[in-house]
Design a protein around this ligand. Structure first.
Ligand code: NAI
Length: 414
């Protein structure tokens, strides 16, 4: 039986799913192929991805392909209860509740694994981690498992560590590293949705403010680009000299966080690293500075130190906590330092997730097609999948491109 907040919320969730479906043409197209070919017939898929409408539509597309779906979220604060209810109302096995405790979240992960899934769809690596933790205690898991797909940078980072140590027991496809994923989702998706989350939560102006973006990877590039477009003065902090140089050449100021802390009005950390914004940084900040995180885990801002040291903590506005520090300044933290675009917004735009989830769906199908042929460890998304999705997306957008003539191909290939 599903674990959800309230089945009566289903109509509202259903409306949200219908809205995104209308804006996800590539996934719709893949859904039609799946409905015809039933690649997942007789297979169980356990999915742990931020449970909002786009994810729900991915679940339905996989179900159209014949999969028996077992679904949970990938962060207690990003689950939308009405969307979870909409899936459960149509008979899907769902275990996700907004704001659940860490213990409940772990129980939800265990629930979807308890069915002995054939395929894992993970976002951040929690399912895969748990499978390895359960290890021998859950023999069924290894036996049935064909492999899995990982959605995000942080999850892949965790998988690579396991792969290097030789402990990853099955193939995991690195969805994040596909061009059709990180070039669009991490950059344009994060860029837009982070500002949507911050603006709708604070209802404050961005223009004219100093915005500090920690990390100039794919996510940071998007967040900085959109901040600039909104009229902010953007400062980037980095630890990688190449990325720092890129930020300089893109026209941003680059400096250590300790210097940026004293200047910024709004901070966004998007590094995948921990302790990027520490108590010491917060103490240097201006009174009223706003701090947020867009990285996968809530480890980028040292929330533990803030909780411990603040003289007073109060809710300043829905999803914004005020921390009055011993030096008398107040710092505002959005969504408890959890990823701001999901915990204080609706996540990436549907048109962007259309591509990311198309990579997920086609990678899952690839796992079934190549069953028994892939080695345990991290596996790249085949170039044909990237190419196929980009072509479908361009077609849906009504954009045509040239193709190489035979003599051009000969010229290029030598
Ligand atoms: P990336 O690897 O492309 O970039 C991360 C950047 O942060 C690198 O340039 C690295 O040098 C820098 N960095 C690392 N530690 C730092 C530190 N202490 N201070 C300053 N810079 C530091 O990774 P990407 O794709 O940008 O992802 C970053 C995080 O965002 C990951 O946790 C990822 O899972 C998450 N993510 C979140 C999304 C969302 O919807 N909020 C969407 C996509 C990714």
């Amino acid at each position: 039986m599903s674990t959800i907040k309230d089945l009566n919320l289903a109509p509202s969730g259903e409306r949200k799913i219908r809205w995104v479906e209308a804006h996800m043409p590539v996934l719709r197209d893949i859904g039609s192929d799946f409905a015809r070919e039933k690649p997942f017939s007789g297979l169980k898929i356990a999915l742990s991805v931020h449970l909002e409408a786009k994810t729900a539509y991915l679940c339905r597309v996989l179900e159209m392909g014949g999969a028996e779906m077992h679904v949970t979220g990938s962060n207690p604060l990003s689950t939308q209860d009405d969307v979870a209810a909409a899936l459960a109302a149509k008979g899907m096995d769902v275990h996700a509740v907004y704001g659940c405790t860490d213990e409940e979240y772990q129980a939800h992960l265990r629930n979807v694994l308890s069915v002995g899934p054939n395929i894992i769809i993970d976002d951040g690596g929690d399912l895969v981690d748990l499978i390895h933790l359960l290890g021998g205690k859950c023999a069924d898991l290894g036996e049935h498992l064909i492999g899995g797909c990982e959605e995000t940078t942080t999850g892949i980072h965790r998988l690579r560590i396991m792969d290097r140590a030789g402990t990853l027991r099955f193939p995991m496809i690195m969805v994040n590293d596909a061009d059709c994923k990180h070039l669009f989702d991490n950059r344009y998706g994060t860029g837009q949705s982070v500002w949507d989350g911050i603006m709708r939560t604070t209802n404050l102006v961005v223009a004219g403010k100093y915005v500090v973006v920690a990390g100039y990877g794919w996510g940071g590039k998007g967040v900085a680009l959109r901040a600039k477009g909104l009229g902010a003065k953007v400062i980037v902090t980095e630890v990688d000299p190449i990325r720092a140089l890129e930020a300089v050449m893109d026209g941003y100021e680059v400096m250590p966080m300790m210097d940026a802390a004293a200047i910024g009005d709004i901070f966004v950390s998007v590094t995948g690293c921990k302790d990027v914004i520490t108590l010491e940084h917060c103490e240097r900040m201006k009174d009223g500075a706003i701090v947020s995180n867009a990285g996968h885990f809530n480890v980028e801002i040292d929330m533990e130190a803030l909780d411990r040291c603040a003289d007073e903590i109060y809710e300043a506005r829905h999803n914004i906590d005020a921390y009055r520090l011993p030096n008398g300044k107040t710092i505002y933290v959005i969504a408890q330092g959890r990823l701001v675009n999901l915990a204080a917004g609706d996540g990436h735009p549907a048109e962007i997730m259309d591509m990311s989830f198309a990579v997920q769906a086609m990678s899952a199908e690839y796992l079934v097609r190549t069953r028994g042929q892939l080695r345990p460890g991290v596996v790249s998304v085949p170039a044909e999948i990237d190419d196929n999705i980009a072509r479908r997306k361009l077609k849906a957008m009504g954009v045509s491109i040239d193709s190489l003539s035979c003599s051009q191909k000969e010229y290029l290939n030598g």
